[in-house]
Design a protein around this ligand. Structure first.
Ligand code: PLP
Length: 360
């Protein structure tokens, strides 16, 4: 039985990448050891690292005046790194809350400086969960930066338009990076924990506009210091080398699929397939404004919540893994990142149809 893993993160990786990693696991490129056993300062690993960076630069057309940093600490590490690197004394930063993760970023940011948070969650005319359009955000022109999360993994809301402002935009793209094209030059900092669309957990990518690097010798914890990371090619301390290697394989896989434009087409098709089915059914429900529905994380509810456990159990028996919703939201959630094939979504829809026929 083919299994499909709908986990929000750590998420499934492309099957081709897993097969290649398995083949190369013990004796990588004739080195007589695994890539995870190589020094990060060795020539072969430096090439792995540099190739991965170049492939990511190609995929996102990252301009030359941006540093690409491969860091530790996950998305939450960046919740600290961003204010530590960008917020100077006497300055404030604007944070826009669209759900659980942007809210957690505010909580962390408050430890380091003056954070001005605005809740942009609203209900639309139909009573569905929606957002204030970025065009209508109030950004203080003196703010050090404006922080937001374009895809809320827990809540299932996503937007891809940006506010018009000269203030540097800082975006937590943990659960949407590489899922569709984006114009990096519009951002000051982009960051993403790897464990959804990049690779395994433990690696975090930060893309930082050069003029936003902190001053030399700033009192920033060394492992979170963007300047130190940039000046040391992300090897100030030992990087998560195996995760970096796997991320490199994922970037090559993405290029072979046709890059982010091709991914966007497929991701839209996958999301539409699932939302259309949910919308047609009275048995299942998604309560997000259609304009803001996430292509990556699709939360949905059964009309009869008493069937939740049975749904999850039977889904697992059909090879459909990790559909239980986030503990803060309940219900179900299907995370359908880049590595999820259309067939996985179609199999899920067929299962949901049959479950409804039997229990509806
Ligand atoms: N930001 C977003 C959008 C996330 O989805 C997550 C985790 O799922 C985080 C931040 C936190 O990431 P981490 O657990 O790597 O710190």
């Amino acid at each position: 039985m083919t299994t499909y893993n709908f986990c929000a993160g750590p998420a499934m990786l492309p099957v081709e990448v897993m097969a290649q990693a398995q083949q190369e696991f013990v004796n990588w490129q004739g080195q007589g050891c695994s890539v995870m056993e190589l020094s990060h300062r060795s020539k072969p690993f430096i090439k792995v690292a540099a190739d991965a960076e170049q492939d990511l630069r190609d995929l996102l057309a990252i301009p030359a005046n941006y540093k690409v940093l491969f860091m530790h600490g996950g998305g939450r590490g960046q919740f600290s790194a961003v204010p530590l690197n960008l917020l100077k004394s006497g300055q404030s930063a604007d944070y826009f809350i669209s759900g659980a993760w942007s809210s957690a970023a505010v909580e962390e940011g408050n430890k380091f400086g003056q954070i001005k948070a605005q809740d942009i969650r609203v209900k639309n005319a139909d009573g569905n969960r929606s957002l204030l359009s970025p065009a209508d955000w109030q950004i203080n022109s003196a703010a050090a930066y404006a922080h937001f999360c374009p895809n809320e993994t827990v809540d299932g809301l996503e937007f891809s338009t940006l506010p018009q402002t000269t203030v540097p935009l800082v975006a937590d793209l943990s659960s949407t990076i590489l899922s569709r094209p984006l114009d990096v030059s519009r951002y000051g900092v982009i960051y993403a924990g790897a464990q959804k669309n990049i690779g395994p957990s433990g690696l975090t990518v930060a893309i930082v506009r050069e003029d936003l690097l902190p001053a030399p010798n700033s009192a920033i914890p060394a492992v979170l210091d963007y300047r130190l990371a940039a000046e040391n090619d992300s090897m100030f301390n030992t990087p998560p080398t195996y995760a970096w290697y796997l991320a490199g394989l994922v970037f090559k896989w993405l290029k072979a699929q046709g890059g982010v434009a091709a991914m966007a087409k497929l991701n839209q098709q996958k999301a539409q397939t699932l939302y259309q089915f949910i919308d047609k059914s009275d048995f299942y429900r998604n309560d997000v404004d259609t304009v803001y529905r996430s292509w990556m994380n699709v939360p949905f509810f059964l009309a009869d919540e008493r069937l939740n456990d049975l749904f999850v159990t039977e889904a697992e028996q059909h090879g459909l893994l990790a559909l239980k919703g986030h503990r803060m939201v309940g219900g179900m959630r299907a995370s359908i990142y880049n590595a999820m094939p259309l067939a996985g979504v179609q199999t899920l829809v067929s299962f949901m149809q049959e479950f409804e026929r039997v229990h509806g």
